[in-house]
Design a protein around this ligand. Structure first.
Ligand code: AMP
Length: 273
C-alpha cells in the first residue's frame, strides 16, 4: 500500500491503475463501519483508494474539529490489511487554496435537518468531496447510509455536476447492542453509551410500528419521542428517499431519522423502510 500526501502524487499513482477504481472518503479513526465500505470497494474494484482527511470546512465554529479522534497509525494498518492500494492523507493546505471557486450545498435540501442544526456543514462536505472526486477520479465511491442526508446530497451533486461516478450506498454497521458505529462514540462514557442505545431502540420501535400497520408519521414520531425522552433530541423526522418530509410511511421509500445529544456528544442514526 502506498501512502501519499499530495494530490499530485496521488494522481501520479492513480494514472498507473488499469481497470476500475473504488474510492472510500473518510475522516479516519476507522471502525468496522468504514471497514465494511473499504472491503466492499476492494471486492468490487480492481483498485481501492481510501482518503483520511479531517475536513475543517464541514465543522462549524464551536464543534469538535480539534478534538476529533486522529488515529493515523492504526488507520494505516487497517487499510493495509484490508487490501487498500493507495491511502491519501492530505493536510489542509494540500486541499484548500485562497479565495476559492466554491461549490455550495443546495439551498433547500442542504439546509434542512442536519443542515438546519449545522448550517453550512453540507457546504463543507460537498466542497471537499467534489475536490476529492476531481483528484481521485474514481469509478465508484462508497458512502454509508449512516449519514443518509450526506449520501442523498452526494448523489445529487453527482447528478447536478454530471459526474461519471457510481455512488454505492452501504448498510449501517452497528455494535451488537444496536448502537450505530461512529468515530464520535469514543467520546461517550459507559453511562452515556447505555443512554445512547435509546436512539437505535427508538428507530426499531418506529420501524416496528410501521410494519404492524401504523403509517401515520406523526404518531410514529410521538412514540419514538417517548423513548428518546431522557436525551436532548434535536430532531426525529420521517422523509422519503429524496428528503421530502412525509405524513405517511411508504415502504421502499421512507427513512426515519434521529439526531440527539447524549451529554456533550451529538449522535445521528436512521433506519430505511
Ligand atoms: P466519516 O469518517 O464519519 O466521514 O465516515 C466516512 C464514511 O463511512 C461515510 O460514508 C459514512 O457514512 C460511513 N460510515 C460511518 N459510520 C458508519 C457505519 N456505522 N456504518 C456504515 N457506514 C458508516
Amino acid at each position: 500500500m502506498q501512502v501519499v500526501r499530495s494530490p499530485q502524487e496521488l494522481q501520479e499513482y492513480r494514472a498507473k491503475f488499469q481497470g476500475s477504481v473504488g474510492f472510500v472518503p473518510t475522516m479516519g479513526a476507522l471502525h468496522k463501519g468504514h471497514l465494511s465500505l473499504i472491503e466492499r470497494s476492494v471486492k468490487e474494484n480492481d483498485h481501492t483508494i481510501v482518503s483520511i482527511f479531517v475536513n475543517p470546512t464541514q465543522f462549524l465554529p464551536g464543534e469538535d474539529f480539534e478534538k476529533y479522534p486522529r488515529r493515523y497509525d492504526a488507520d494505516k494498518k487497517i487499510c493495509e490489511l484490508a487490501g487498500v492500494d493507495l491511502l491519501f492523507m492530505p493536510q489542509k493546505e494540500d486541499i484548500y487554496h485562497e479565495d476559492e471557486v466554491l461549490v455550495q450545498a443546495p439551498r433547500q435540501k442542504g439546509y434542512i435537518l442536519e443542515g438546519h442544526f449545522r448550517p453550512g456543514h453540507f457546504d463543507g462536505v460537498l466542497r471537499v468531496v467534489n475536490k476529492l472526486f476531481h483528484i481521485v477520479r474514481p469509478t465508484r465511491a462508497y458512502f454509508g447510509k449512516k449519514d443518509a442526508q450526506q449520501l442523498y446530497l452526494i448523489q445529487k451533486m453527482v447528478r447536478d455536476f454530471f459526474w461519471d461516478i457510481g455512488i454505492v450506498p452501504c448498510e449501517i454497521i452497528r455494535d451488537r447492542d444496536g448502537l450505530a458505529l461512529s468515530s464520535r462514540n469514543v467520546y461517550l462514557t459507559p453511562q452515556e453509551r447505555q443512554k445512547a442505545l435509546l436512539i437505535s431502540k427508538s428507530l426499531k420501535r418506529g420501524a416496528k410500528l410501521a410494519q404492524s400497520g401504523q403509517r401515520d408519521a406523526q404518531k410514529i414520531k410521538e412514540e419514538m419521542l417517548k423513548i428518546l425522552e431522557p436525551l436532548d433530541v434535536e430532531y426525529v423526522e420521517i422523509v422519503d428517499r429524496n428528503f421530502n418530509k412525509i405524513d405517511k410511511v411508504e415502504f421502499g421509500n421512507t427513512i426515519i431519522l434521529v439526531a440527539a445529544y447524549v451529554g456533550q456528544t451529538r449522535l445521528i442514526d436512521n433506519i430505511w423502510l
